[in-house]
Design a protein around this ligand. Structure first.
Ligand code: GLU
Length: 478
């Protein structure tokens, strides 16, 4: 199923936002929404706002805020305004609710959580959808219950009792929900903190947001929000609900099934360009293009070709995309990436000339910075070949030749050709073939049976290290 391919009619100034809740790291799904919002704003020369939705006081924390800001910076999704914190806007929300209360658009509800639970329980028992029954909703001629003492009221929005809420979703197309399906939403909790659905509307209104991109788990919230916009006399933004990203198991991509935070990919030595390129293709396309720069995405991202169907996370494809960017990375950037990855393994930065040679030799075999550092680690830390490799490749027949090679390398010129000559002499002296001997040297010196060209790899080691590793192997297996 292909999503709508028509380019939306954009009127006025485009203003988009990303509004993460700081209850954890920046999730890949949120990063994709941020990318779409950002690219759409950039495409139309508009503004991109970063808002921190921290009204869930129990779950929000400063560490998450810092992580989210850092991930946004790392991805290069620069915002024009913000970060704006909802908890710093409580006065503004109060001003709006005071007016709504005064105008009869909202009302106090003194029902306790226990009462509400009992109400819902009874509705479920009758086979009804649990909805607030309007017990505190003022109506002409209706007598409200006596206000109980010592109960702090919540504030509820007086949702229209009839009619239908309709919008033309940029991704999903036209959507209609009857007001009978939704109830009078709590807009301010008893503790005075506004709920998501209310704060988001006041903010999107105040921040003059023209297009709301967000995950489609919020589709069910949108009818309430639209009613609130109307009630406040605020212009309606265009909504674009982006389908979920599914993991390998067909379930929503989740922490239990692997890395879902942007930070985890940064730590693994993925590149921001690759993550953005890959995320862009989860739910959006431009013809058959798979590899494109962020500038190209901005040029193409006009709000068309957004897919309606869920996107499938594909770790192998991400690795492929990352390998592409890794190969194309300028030497100085690659060296920074690898140094950071080596530092994570406790390995001090090698000199740039050496690093340049080493990266050039191994990078084509790697998808990530972490894999590249994994190769380079053998030059700095002792290797521990597997028993299996030792048994298979370091047979008694080749062991004496390892000692011979160590001797020949003592006086060899320490270059690839010099090392190649010493290897050849050793083969001749022991009547061995390259195919028998090279894997043994690799296993003993590099800790693995496959590497790029042996002489070139050995030349990257200090002479002493190679000789020590060769000599550490006894004349016969135990
Ligand atoms: N704080 C909400 C979230 O993280 C934002 C939803 C929205 O964009 O309206 O899901």
């Amino acid at each position: 199923m292909i999503g709508s391919s028509h380019v939306p009619a954009v009127q006025g100034r485009v203003r988009t936002r990303i509004a993460p809740s700081p209850t954890g790291f920046l999730h890949l799904g949120t990063a994709r929404t941020a990318l779409f919002s950002w690219a759409f704003a950039r495409h139309y020369g508009g503004s991109f706002v970063l808002r921190i939705e921290d009204t869930d006081v129990a779950r929000s924390n400063e560490e998450s805020v810092a992580q989210i800001l850092e991930s946004m910076r790392w991805l290069g999704l620069d915002h024009d305004e913000g970060p704006i914190y909802q908890m710093q806007r409580l006065d503004r929300y109060r001003e709006v609710t005071d007016r709504m209360l005064a105008e009869g658009k909202a009302y106090h509800c003194y029902a306790t959580p226990e009462e509400l639970e009992a109400m819902r329980e009874a509705q479920r028992a009758r086979g009804e959808k649990p909805l607030y029954d309007g017990r505190w909703r003022p109506e002409p001629g209706k007598t409200l219950p006596p206000v109980p003492e010592g109960v702090a009221p919540a504030i509820r929005f007086r949702n229209p009792a009839d009619g239908v809420v309709t919008w033309d979703d940029l991704v999903k197309g036209p959507i209609s929900i009857s007001n009978h399906e939704i109830d009078d939403l709590v807009i301010v909790r008893a503790d005075g903190v506004p709920t998501y659905n209310f704060a988001v509307v006041v903010d999107d209104w105040d921040m003059r947001i023209s297009h709301v991109f967000r995950g489609d788990e919020h589709v069910n919230n949108t009818p309430w929000q639209i009613n609130l916009f109307h009630s406040l006399g605020a212009p309606l933004p265009v909504f674009a609900h982006v389908p979920v990203i599914l993991g390998d198991d067909g379930q929503k991509l989740s922490k239990r099934k692997g890395a879902v935070s942007v930070t985890a990919y940064e730590e693994e030595g993925f590149l921001p360009e690759a993550i953005l390129n890959y995320l862009a293709r989860l739910g959006w396309s431009h013809g058959d293009e798979e590899l494109f720069s962020r500038e190209q995405m901005v040029a193409w991202f006009d709000g068309s070709h957004l897919a309606k169907h869920p996107a499938q996370w594909d770790a192998a494809k991400l690795a492929w995309v990352n390998a592409h960017y890794l190969k194309a990375l300028p030497d100085d950037a690659l060296s920074l990436l690898v140094k950071a990855q080596l530092a994570r393994r406790g390995i001090a930065a090698p000199d740039d000339e050496w690093l340049g040679r080493a990266c050039a030799l191994f990078k084509d075999r790697c998808n990530t910075g972490s894999e590249l550092a994994g190769w380079l680690a053998m030059f700095f830390t002792p290797v521990s070949p597997s028993m299996e490799d030792m048994r298979q490749h370091v047979a008694d027949a080749v062991r004496p030749a390892l000692t011979t090679l160590a001797g020949k390398l003592e006086g060899a010129e320490w270059t690839a050709p010099g090392i190649a000559a010493a290897v050849k002499e050793t083969l001749v002296a022991h009547g061995l073939k390259m195919g028998q001997f090279a894997p043994a040297v690799r296993v003993v010196v590099c800790g693995r049976a496959q590497t790029p060209s042996l002489d070139v790899v050995l030349a990257l080691f200090p002479r002493r290290a190679v000789r020590e590793r060769l000599m550490a192997v006894g004349p016969a297996s135990l």
